[in-house]
Design a protein around this ligand. Structure first.
Ligand code: OOG
Ligand code: NI
Length: 455
């Protein structure tokens, strides 16, 4: 019988191969990785408490390998096959993001691992968008785009075979996994040759830059690969000196004592030479650099408060420089509790519970109130890291790199059903995942203290 390697091992190998490929393709990516590593090192040196916290919570190991990428595909068939490809690496579609309202004709999900151990090992995620051809106004152009997409195959024969083999065997052998990584990587590679002539490219580009990006190439080139920083404000400050031109504002919540959700910034897309069919030269801008800082996952209640405050701040931050923008955000977000205890007591964020050393040594415990058990130092709670994305931030990242003003919204609206039909499976609800992790950790902690987990 074939010995299978774990899906998580394959994901780890793949994400490292992807990072190496991107490094070779985009030299600035290497500079970005160095800058992020430098700031992370300094942050940890300055804040030993943070270093210790990250170490005890399995976050320090993953920090250096943690990346998210993004791709955009054009058809249901491509999206469904990607779902099967990512399944080889233990990655499932989590969350539904509608970007049409923000003027981007796509809807998206994030492929990522979901269980604790897998996340601790390598939380590699890929933000995956499906072009909504139905939002193209001109019927002629829509048909032309659909025709071009129908004629391409973004997967190698080898990748297709290995994906099928994974499904029948329930995994891949070491040698098959090696081949899979190589073959799957081809799907994400950059192509200097467009599949269409310059006129077609320009017609699609005039409709929306994103449509040209998805339709005119052999595959869904990875358009950025994002490392995780512990201090995004500092990396943003140092970017210009390192030769990177960051977008004006950092997306997401402001800097906080207890970081929440996700903060992101990117540097502008590269203009790259392209050879079009008919041997004409042109350029295309698609690939950019991005960094992220992650904080605690919010509950539905916390998320509602976040969305409300973000909405309020948007009216006051339009057109401001990042510094002024961050000042206004900080003011508005003063209404968001900023200690772990308050976030937890008010049910705004998700926490993972563990028994402490004292808890393990304590004899019979009469107390059953979770809050009291924490006060007595018998169990402890730590924030669960947000592993997903934010639609408003994603729209901001898209727009800053597409170059449009992004003010025009599409008449289209969220259509999760259509997305799931294209995907061939439902997307997992991210809030349910966090709630389950919180609950099972609390149950386990209480059980280990001999307390029945009734709540
Ligand atoms: C994806 C943009 C969204 C993020 O981190 O929110 C994104 C894209 O440009 O394809 O990557
Ligand atoms: Ni991104």
């Amino acid at each position: 019988m074939t010995t299978l390697v774990s899906h998580h091992e394959i994901r780890d190998r793949f994400s490292k191969a992807m990072s190496a490929m991107y490094q070779a393709e985009v030299p600035q990516y290497e500079t970005l990785l160095e800058l992020v590593a430098e700031v992370n090192r300094e942050t940890l040196e300055r804040d030993p408490e943070l270093a210790e916290r990250l170490a005890t919570h399995d976050e320090l190991n993953r920090l250096g390998v943690e990346r998210h990428g993004a791709i955009r595909v054009g058809s249901a068939e491509e999206l469904a096959m990607l779902r099967r490809l990512f399944a080889v690496m233990g990655m499932v579609p989590v969350g539904y993001y509608d970007l049409s309202e923000a003027g981007v004709p796509v809807h998206s999900t994030a492929f990522r691992p979901i269980d604790d151990e897998a996340l601790a090992r390598n939380p590699f995620r890929v933000f995956t968008s499906l072009l909504r051809l139905e939002l193209i106004e001109s019927p002629e152009l829509r048909e032309r785009a659909a025709g071009i997409l129908a004629a391409r195959d973004i997967f190698t024969t080898g990748a297709r075979e290995l994906i099928a083999l994974n499904e029948t065997q329930g995994g891949l052998s070491d040698e098959q996994a090696e081949r899979f990584v190589e073959e799957a990587l081809e799907t994400f590679r950059w192509h200097r040759d467009a599949t269409v002539d310059l006129d077609t490219y320009e017609a699609l580009h005039a409709e929306h830059r994103l449509i040209a990006d998805v339709v005119c190439f052999r595959g869904p080139h990875i358009n950025h690969l994002t490392p995780r920083t512990l201090d995004i404000d500092e990396v943003q400050r140092r970017m210009p000196a390192a030769g990177m031109n960051p977008k004006e504002v950092i997306e997401g919540p402001p800097r906080r004592a207890c970081p929440i959700l996700l903060r992101q910034t990117s540097f502008k897309a590269l203009e790259e030479p392209i050879r079009f069919a008919g041997d004409r030269q042109g350029t295309h801008t698609a690939r950019f650099g991005e960094i992220e800082q992650r904080g605690v996952a919010l509950t539905a209640k916390g998320r509602t408060l976040y969305d409300r405050l973000l909405g309020e701040s948007r009216r006051r931050t339009a057109g401001l420089s990042n510094e002024a923008h961050q000042r206004v955000l900080a003011e508005v977000f003063a209404d968001f509790p900023d200690t772990e205890a308050e976030l937890r007591r008010q049910g705004l964020a998700f926490f993972e519970y563990r028994t402490t050393e004292a808890g393990r040594e304590a004899g019979a415990i009469a107390e059953t109130e979770v809050e009291r058990l924490i006060e007595q130092g018998l169990i402890m709670a730590r924030p669960i890291t947000y592993e997903d994305f934010l639609p408003v931030s994603a729209a901001g990242i898209f727009q800053s790199n597409l170059g449009g003003d992004g003010s025009e919204a599409y008449a289209g609206h969220a259509n999760r059903e259509a997305f799931e039909e294209a995907l061939g499976a439902p997307v997992t609800d991210e809030l349910t995942l966090y709630a389950e992790r919180e609950r099972s950790s609390l149950d386990a902690a209480l059980t280990s203290l001999g307390i029945p987990p009734v709540r």
